[in-house]
Design a protein around this ligand. Sequence first.
Ligand SMILES: Nc1ncnc2c1ncn2[C@@H]1O[C@H](COP(=O)(O)OP(=O)(O)O)[C@@H](O)[C@H]1O
Ligand SMILES: [Mg+2]
Length: 452
Amino acid sequence: MTQRLIQLLLLVTLASTWGLVQSSAGWTVAGALLAVTLWAFLDGIRARRLMNWLSTADTDQNPKLSGVWAELFESTRKVVKRLERKTQSSNARLDNFLAAIQESPNGVTLLDAASRIEWVNLTAAHQLGLDPQKDIGQYIQNLVRSPIFKTYLSGENFTAEIQIGGIGARPSVPSKISVQIHPYGKKRKLMLTRDVTAVELANTMRSDFVANVSHEIRTPLTVLSGFVETMQNIPVTETERQHYLGLMSQQAQRMQMLVSDLLTLSRLEGSPAPGKGDWIPAEELLSTAMQESRALSTVIAQPPQAIRQMDGPDFSISGNKSELHSAMSNLLNNAVRYTPGGGSIQAGWCLRPDGWAEFFVKDSGPGIAAEHLPRLTERFYRVDRSRSRETGGTGLGLAIVKHVAQRHGGQLDVKSTVGKGSTFSMTLPPSRVQLVNSTEPIIAALSGSEQD
Ligand SMILES: Nc1ncnc2c1ncn2[C@@H]1O[C@H](COP(=O)(O)OP(=O)(O)O)[C@@H](O)[C@H]1O
Ligand SMILES: [Mg+2]
């Protein structure tokens, strides 16, 4: 500053001296004025250069300045640089923040004070059918048209969440979206959305399951307690007593089977899938199950069905022996239970060309109409309810078979024609199949033989 003052004084003195040399007071004053004007003009040019630079604040293009203006410029440039760096880091933080919310499994929508969309992550856009770019600035109530949502949004109470229908994977299967609004800042809103379709489905299935189990148990219990009451209150003959006790024992057995199947199912659901350590000969599994089904047939079918064991290649299966046995007996026992006496049943293991092993049970029974097939493996789903009850079915057999097959990496298939019969097959993947006299899974043996 002092330097600038000295410069100005020097200029004025020089101009005045020039006036003094001319020996005229007028020229002295004029010279001083001229010097001040020139000074102000030059200063103005520098100020303009600085102003021009400030308007762009381009730190790469420095204006030509000297003296105090250069110092002023330098300090300003440093401030601008610092602000620029700060803005850059804030932007980077915001980008990171948004990227993190973008990855959230929940939907996040930011609404302004008028409920216009400010930002929406892809999950929310997908759940609510919004366009994350085009719908920015749109009123949310115009895009999410559920009346429940509109009432919720226009109210003041956001303590509870609501559920609305969302855009499902298919139009026939709409999703259930839970929505909760959290107000923040100046009347802004953070809207969180969650896809609760699976949770809702699980809840429905759980309550259906409990209702079904209670119903299944209540029926034999009612019968049992009826007989107990009769025998307590009415004098009965020895023949009647024997008869009643027989019927009571049947009901007790029914309950026992139900509990046993329920326990099997819960064990299948709660334990890890069987490893691939134990190799069991397919033939051994088959003959045990065949013996049991023949015994059942002689008890319940009049006359017993012709049950034929179909021979197949010699191979072993890797898996859990008791689970596989339970699945095979369930399929065979179903064939025996639902095929009328004198009918025919064929069962066996075969190997498919792609290396998959297949256990099949073919019967000449009544067959199953196509509309029932997709639901057969649902718990307690029965096509012929009375026949199932009569023969001691629990309605859980095929659910158990499906579980066992899936736990072994395989599946259960059903082919059936009404009036002609059904074929149930449980298929297991090549990794669980090993030809006898071989030490490797079938797939390796197959690819080995292809190379030969
Ligand atoms: N081989 C079959 N032939 C005809 N219907 C069958 C056969 N196997 C199963 N079903 C039908 O599928 C239903 C479900 O079978 P499952 O789960 O084993 O229960 P259930 O205890 O009733 O046998 C049965 O109630 C029956 O109506
Ligand atoms: Mg059954």
